[in-house]
Design a protein around this ligand. Structure first.
Ligand SMILES: [Cu+2]
Length: 76
C-alpha cells in the first residue's frame, strides 16, 4: 500500500501462504475482508505478515480509506 493505493490490486495465493502486507504510507491502513475472513492493521511504514487460512475470492479494503480496495484469490 503506497500513496493510498493497493498494489497489486489482484493477487492469487493458496491456503497456508504467508502474505506480507507492506504499508509505505505515513497513515495506518487495514486490509479488511468484506466477508470477514481477515482484518489486518498495518501501522504507518510497517510490514505485517499473516497466514491465509481459508480458500476463496476475497475482496478487501482499508477501513480508513474505503477507496483502497483489492481482491485476493486464495486457492485451497
Ligand atoms: Cu488506509
Amino acid at each position: 500500500m503506497e500513496n493510498l493505493v493497493v498494489s497489486p490490486a489482484e493477487v492469487s495465493a493458496k491456503v497456508g501462504d504467508t502474505v506480507e502486507w507492506i504499508n509505505k504510507d505515513v497513515f495506518v491502513h487495514t486490509a479488511t475482508a468484506r466477508n470477514g475472513d481477515f482484518d489486518v492493521t498495518m501501522p504507518a511504514k510497517k510490514t505485517i505478515t499473516s497466514v491465509l487460512k481459508k480458500a476463496g475470492t476475497v475482496e478487501y479494503y482499508c477501513r480508513y480509506h474505503p477507496n483502497m480496495k483489492a481482491t485476493l484469490t486464495i486457492a485451497p
